[in-house]
Design a protein around this ligand. Structure first.
Ligand SMILES: CCCCCCC[C@H](O)CC(=O)SCCNC(=O)CCNC(=O)[C@H](O)C(C)(C)COP(=O)([O-])OP(=O)([O-])OC[C@H]1O[C@@H](n2cnc3c(N)ncnc32)[C@H](O)[C@@H]1OP(=O)([O-])[O-]
Ligand SMILES: NC(=O)c1ccc[n+]([C@@H]2O[C@H](COP(=O)([O-])OP(=O)(O)OC[C@H]3O[C@@H](n4cnc5c(N)ncnc54)[C@H](O)[C@@H]3O)[C@@H](O)[C@H]2O)c1
Length: 723
């Protein structure tokens, strides 16, 4: 049994024991169920304490069991039994009480917790609803409003707040089991039916239908396309509408439906993918197990522009003092204003108090003297994307900084070695690629160079977690993984325009698929000048003319629309006109007939016949081109597992988690079909290199292997028979 049963001072102590987080698998549920029945039967037992081993109560149901058919008692059987017990039962909580863990605690007559505890119902984040009575009992403990908020967001609630909300009865200090025993013994003479949540009514104010409608509207706009939040709202509302038993039965039906839904399966995949990517390894052999991160107690950021200011903010809000270096006072003042404004916004959103924000700001030391960085543990460079400038800065840093300092670059495209070779400490140079807006976006693409040490990688992987990002380790190539995959995706979008589509049609197709924002809206946000400059730089490097009227550029298919829009002064949202027009800086994109005319004129001048392109074709071309690139990335060993690519798309480009990421999506469509389509488009568009089929994709399309093994095949760790 995975729950220990001991007796102390006439109190039965049931300790959940399932490493590492006491997940509530079938054996644990059986252990609790047997334990409470044993305690109830035993006349020498006066009360029961339920708690967890290893400093934590329980992180909920064992997610790995959801795909299989393991049985054991249903979780609410435990609740039904406790509800009828005369002996008081207390949940003594330390660490986490999440999902089914909180539900077990809500079955108990009382809940006590250490101050450091966090409780929550995070099921919605894996496409589920609380299926162990959470949607019916939590509203009875804390009222409808709080329960709706906790259950539809999945956010953790700290113990003291949970106590104010009525979820926790008492905050305690000291040994949690001792405290539990002391607490529950003081309740032995109480009529348990009076404190049992089943017997309580759900508190709310206003009209139930209005509350339901408002909650539905909120989740539909906040979690577009996701089913689970909608079902969560329905079930929580049921707690006030239906008798207890009916609410519980309906909740169980909803839970089973969601458990088998494609959305929940994808989100469960994403949950484990996020954890799998922490087990990184370098081609040179170092890995997450053997390498020890260096402490980062102080930091520096160079460049307080779009990215640097946000990066500095990530550091200081995580308690790491930061020296922010700019080239002159004017740029520094401008950068500081942006940092201040972002901090204010954080306060407005309730994420930091004014005092906390003030304290953070004191951790920022602005300067125009790069020499001030001499003693910091780690520096992140975020100056213009200019190799010569970056090399100069790294050469300087190498001279100035203590020998242990790790030097990071936020370059979005340059090879790490091309920067690292400016120093005599290549093992300590690494890419830390943040995504705009750098304070908000969760992805941190960490890039190793040929000589980057495992210790350096371990340090930036740990730093990523410390600053609340999702760090993913990748190898170095032009654009790294995220931007390299984005390129064919965006290029196909532009080709669709010149073949007959429009920005709003393409964007609508993508948003209907589940992307929060379309390709051309993103392009307007980043600024069309960026795309234009990248092409101009490529042309300069190759020593050729950038010709907007040529259908070929560097031997490949070319679409000159960006150049034409740029030339027409359309920079994107920043000047109110790009692929769309905007009435204000915060305005919504509006279809602009001028752009439609510009596209049509572009086609006329190049003799391109326009046609109707269906949404399926738009989706396939953008996504399959990018997925094909993903397989090439795996093949080249720049990622070691397909999960890394999916996490990059979820956190870098907001790919809907309920679709699992592009590689997972490919696995659901079937690699045979993807490969055939890639071959078809390659034949149709022979001048787009991104349609050259990946040989790994070709190989995998002939065998049926789970996604978790694609990286092994790519790297030769798993040999597959030649077909
Ligand atoms: C069929 C019968 C159903 C009964 C009905 C149940 C109804 C219920 O309402 C449904 C649920 O509870 S749904 C559940 C609702 N609960 C949640 O969604 C909570 C999910 N968990 C979390 O949010 C985080 O893990 C914590 C915040 C707990 C710890 O964070 P941290 O300190 O950064 O640690 P970390 O790195 O994150 O995890 C360490 C290791 O533990 C692993 N593992 C963790 N939880 C697991 C689980 N529930 N399961 C399995 N494994 C779980 C994790 O994979 C990793 O191992 P790996 O080998 O490396 O992959
Ligand atoms: N903007 C994005 O969306 C984005 C996303 C990811 C990565 N990046 C990368 O981040 C880096 C910075 O980009 P950005 O958009 O923040 O640029 P930016 O132009 O907004 O900011 C660059 C800043 O660097 C400062 N700077 C230039 N030379 C300096 C020097 N010698 N010493 C100190 N400061 C100096 C400039 O004054 C400017 O404030 C680039 O490498 C870019 O490729 C940008």
């Amino acid at each position: 049994m995975m729950a220990d049963y001991t007796v102390r001072d006439q109190v039965a102590v049931i300790e959940l024991d399932n490493p590492p987080v006491n997940a509530l698998g079938s054996a644990v549920r059986a252990g609790i169920y047997d334990g409470i029945r044993k305690a109830d039967r035993d006349p020498n037992i006066k009360a029961v304490v339920i708690c967890g081993k290893r400093g934590t109560f329980c992180a909920g149901a064992d997610i790995r069991e959801f795909d299989g058919g393991k049985n054991g008692p249903w979780i609410t059987d435990i609740g039904d039994f406790i509800d009828n017990m005369k002996k008081p039962v207390v949940a003594a909580i330390e660490g986490f009480a999440l999902g089914g863990g909180l539900e077990v605690a809500l079955f108990c007559h009382y809940r006590i917790a250490l101050k450091t505890v966090r409780v929550g119902q995070p099921e919605v984040q894996i496409g589920l609803l609380p299926g162990g009575g959470g949607t019916i009992r939590l509203p009875r403990a804390t009222g409808l409003k709080n329960a709706l908020d906790i259950i539809t967001t999945g956010n953790h609630v700290p113990a003291e707040k949970a106590a104010k909300m009525g979820i926790i009865d008492q905050i305690v200090t000291g040994d949690i089991i001792e405290e539990g025993i002391k607490f529950v013994k003081s309740k032995c003479n109480i009529d348990t039916s009076l404190v049992c949540l089943r017997m309580k009514t759900v508190k709310y104010s206003g009209d139930l239908d209005d509350i339901s409608e408002a909650a539905m509207t909120k989740v539909k706009s906040k979690f577009k396309g996701a089913i689970a939040p909608i079902v969560c709202v329905k079930s929580v509302i049921n707690s006030a509408k239906m008798p207890y038993e009916k609410g519980i039965d309906t909740e169980k039906e909803h839970f089973q439906d969601l458990r088998h839904s494609s959305q929940s399966k994808a989100m469960r995949y994403a949950f484990f993918a996020e954890r799998a990517i922490t087990r990184w390894q370098l081609p040179s052999g170092g890995n997450y197990k053997t390498a020890k991160p260096l402490p980062v107690k102080t930091s520096g950021v160079i460049g307080a522009g779009t990215m640097g200011g946000g990066i500095a903010l990530c550091l200081i809000t995580s308690g790491i003092p930061c020296i922010l270096v700019e080239q002159n006072q004017q740029f520094l003042d401008k950068g500081l204003e942006i940092v201040k404004a972002q901090l204010m916004r954080t306060v407005q959103l309730g994420k930091l108090s004014t005092e906390q924000a003030k304290k953070c700001f004191t951790m920022l030391k602005p300067t125009t003297n790069i020499e001030d960085l001499k003693n910091v543990d780690l520096v992140i460079e975020a100056v213009y994307e200019d190799l010569k400038l970056k090399r100069e800065i790294f050469e300087k840093l190498d001279r100035i900084c203590k020998s242990e300092t790790i030097l990071c670059t936020n370059t979005s495209s340059l090879h790490i070695d091309s920067i690292a070779t400016a120093t005599k400490r290549q093992s300590k140079v690494v890419g830390t690629h943040f995504f705009a807006p750098s304070y908000i976006m969760k992805l941190l693409e960490n890039i190793y160079g040929t000589k980057t040490s495992a210790e350096t990688v371990a340090t930036v992987m740990k730093l990523g977690k410390t600053i609340k990002k999702v760090p993913v380790l990748v190898g170095s190539c032009t654009g790294f993984v995220a931007n390299r995959m984005l390129k064919p995706y965006s290029e196909e979008a532009q080709y669709c325009l010149e073949e007959g589509s429009t920005p709003s049609i393409v964007d609508t197709v993508l948003m209907d698929f589940g992307m929060p924002i379309g390709n051309f809206q993103v392009s307007d946000l980043s600024g069309l000048d960026i795309g234009f400059r990248i092409k101009r730089e490529a042309a300069r490097k190759a020593g050729v003319e950038l010709s907007k009227n040529s259908r070929f550029f560097l031997g490949q298919r070319n679409c000159g629309l960006i150049e034409k829009l740029y030339e027409a002064g359309r920079m994107g949202k920043k000047n109110g006109k790009g692929w769309y027009k905007y009435e204000s800086l915060n305005g919504k994109p509006i279809v602009d007939p001028e752009v439609t005319m510009l596209i049509e004129e572009h086609c006329r001048s190049l003799g391109i016949e326009r046609r109707n392109i269906g949404s399926q074709e738009i989706l396939e071309r953008m996504q399959y081109a990018m997925i094909n690139e993903g397989f090439k990335i795996l093949e080249e060993g720049l990622c070691t597992m397909a999960e890394e690519i999916d996490v990059i798309w979820i956190y870098g480009f907001s790919w809907p988690k309920y679709m699992g990421g592009p590689m997972y999506y490919a696995s659901q469509i079937g690699l045979k079909k993807i490969y055939e389509k890639v071959c078809y488009y390659h034949k149709t568009f022979p001048y787009s290199m991104h349609w050259v089929p990946s040989s790994l994709l070709a190989k995998l399309s002939q065998i049926d292997l789970p996604l978790s093994e694609w990286g092994d095949v790519a790297q030769g760790r798993k040999l597959v028979n030649k077909l």
